[in-house]
Design a protein around this ligand. Structure first.
Ligand SMILES: Cc1cc2nc3c(=O)[nH]c(=O)nc-3n(C[C@H](O)[C@H](O)[C@H](O)COP(=O)(O)O)c2cc1C
Length: 197
């Protein structure tokens, strides 16, 4: 139907590796992650894509954050990538699962020490009356963990979005864009259709 790969995850990986080669793109792995608010109102923020494979799209965060509470109530998300220099947009929708403790531990261990300290000190999305409080908490965790590896806080970890639908948008002159929407038909296969721009 198109020059796209018949497996949309492989197609995503092709575009993603093109995006990663573009020097002017500081965050090719930045994606808008939309969730459903506990009140039903949509909510979005940028997160970093840490891994993509057959199982889905993985990101890490604080599970007690606003998004964490939203995902606990409505375990679905939409991801959005726009790589402007390439003229490519990718939209993804799917169910969200928590990744295993082992995967979260493995990634946490690779993070810079100060990022690890930040995860302990930040009550992400909750009221911070004064920045000094956060900095003091960080200093006390630095003392607490000095001279040892920093363990992963139990509330910090990964989520995986298991794609159910993926749309690839290719910019064309005069807004005669190309759009291809993939829908998962079963675990191993996808149907694809072209959409009007
Ligand atoms: C470029 C960029 C990358 C970010 N990456 C992450 C990330 O990987 N994990 C994360 O928890 N927050 C990340 N953030 C911060 C989030 O956008 C957001 O402020 C935070 O997760 C709190 O969101 P929430 O209140 O909806 O839970 C990033 C922000 C930007 C601008």
């Amino acid at each position: 139907m198109s020059s796209l790969h018949s497996d949309p995850i492989l197609q995503f990986q092709l575009w993603f590796s093109e995006a990663k080669k573009i020097k002017s793109l500081q965050y090719p792995h930045a994606m808008t992650v939309s969730t459903v608010g506990v009140d039903g109102v949509p909510d979005s923020r940028i997160l970093l894509l840490k891994e993509v494979d057959d199982r889905g799209f993985m990101f890490f965060t604080n599970k007690d954050s606003q998004k964490g509470l939203q995902l606990a109530k409505h375990p679905f998300a939409a991801l959005l990538f726009f790589w402007e220099p390439l003229g490519y947009q990718v939209r993804i929708q799917g169910r969200v699962e928590e990744v295993s403790d082992a995967e979260s531990d493995a990634y946490f261990a690779t993070r810079p020490r100060l990022s690890q300290i930040g995860s302990w000190a930040s009550e992400q999305s909750r009221l911070l009356p004064d920045r000094a409080i956060f900095e003091q908490k960080a200093e006390s965790f630095e003392v607490q963990f000095s001279g040892q590896d920093i363990p992963r806080p139990s509330y910090w970890g990964g989520y995986r979005v298991i794609p159910q639908k993926m749309e690839f948008w290719i910019e064309r002159p005069f807004r005669w864009h190309d759009r291809f929407e993939f829908t998962r038909t079963d675990n191993a296969s996808w149907s694809v259709r072209r959409l009007y721009p």
